[in-house]
Write a protein that binds this ligand. Structure first.
Ligand code: SF4
Length: 311
């Protein structure tokens, strides 16, 4: 199952948000410009579930709202859907009790015709949860169905070295890595390689089903280097891991667009901001829409179907 073609065309790897939680605490450099906090701050007066979660600067204040009334939502939807489990929080936030995480998985398992994408920046707590769940006699990790996809967000090499081994150590059917916003080059093959896994007779090599990559958008967005993206893409090609390049974000590199042509002439003259890379090349702040998602002239929006999964 994949997200709808309409969603994929917009660079989105999920169909709907399942808001079982609202609110979070920044925990990494990748959280610096948290889009979810901005959204919550903007809509706090119109959506009661978003009230009291952000401070005056529009950042999360550390409160997390548990939204039990949302638990039955997937069961009410017949159409197979790719759900992002809690877009504006982190299921493995330290304030979320293990019992509630288990309830979320239980309700999800009652509607296995969907796919549930569970993405965290807190892989240690995710691993703790799995240990806890394994020790509970009522529900075992092995019973987790195919519909669950567990993922970690990484943003640079250090975060990849910390998080990917934890992810790869989980006994779950499907795993994915999201590198968004990408803040530096990332070598994933030192941790997971689907091709090597298929050919290794003696030593199990962990692998993942999907790698997502993207740049940052918004006022304070940081620039994304095409070198980093291509390095990741080549690794995914070598390892036969589907690669989903979501977007450049706010900045476009000179190698990716003709800045003398429309719409870039107008944009670049109006907004002269640019970022100079170590090799002297530049990225220009042209806005998310103009920057788009073409990498060396092509879209890279692979998403695995059931038969293409790693395990
Ligand atoms: S973990 Fe996600 S939702 Fe929480 S602060 Fe970081 S970016 Fe925002």
């Amino acid at each position: 199952m994949k997200p709808s073609e309409k969603r994929i065309a917009k660079g989105l790897w999920w169909d709907r948000n399942w808001p079982v939680l609202e609110g979070c605490t920044p925990c990494s450099p990748a959280c610096d410009n948290c889009f979810a906090a901005k959204y919550a701050h903007r809509f706090k007066d119109s959506l009661p579930s978003l009230r009291g979660l952000t401070n005056q600067e529009g950042k999360w204040n550390g409160m997390v709202m548990i939204c039990r009334d949302q638990l039955k939502l997937p069961s009410t939807i017949k159409k197979p859907t790719v759900w992002f489990v809690t877009e504006r929080s982190d299921l493995f936030h330290p304030l979320v009790p293990f019992g509630y995480i288990q309830a979320v998985l239980t309700y999800a398992a009652m509607a296995p015709h969907h796919r549930y994408m569970i993405l965290t920046k807190r892989p240690e707590r995710m691993a703790e949860f799995f240990q806890w769940m394994n020790s509970e006699s009522t529900y075992s990790v092995e019973t987790l169905q195919d519909c669950f996809w567990f993922g970690v967000t990484v943003w640079d090499q250090a975060s990849a070295d910390r998080s990917i081994p934890i992810l790869c150590g989980l006994q779950v059917a499907h795993k994915f890595i999201s590198i968004e916003p990408m803040l530096g080059p990332v070598n994933i093959l030192r941790h997971c390689n689907r091709e090597a896994a298929a050919h290794s007779r003696f030593r199990p090599v962990p692998c993942v089903d999907l790698v997502i990559c993207g740049g940052e958008s918004g006022h304070e967005a940081r620039a994304l280097s095409p070198e980093w993206v291509n390095f990741l893409r080549y690794q995914c090609t070598d390892a036969k891991i589907p690669f989903f390049f979501k977007q450049w974000g706010e900045w476009s590199h000179q190698s990716q667009a003709d800045f003398t042509s429309s719409p870039f002439t107008a944009l670049s003259s109006r907004n002269a901001m640019y970022h100079v890379w170590g090799d002297g090349t530049r990225s220009y702040r042209v806005g998310k829409k103009a920057a788009g998602r073409l990498l060396d002239g092509k879209e890279h929006m692979e998403f695995p179907g059931e038969s293409e999964c790693a395990q």
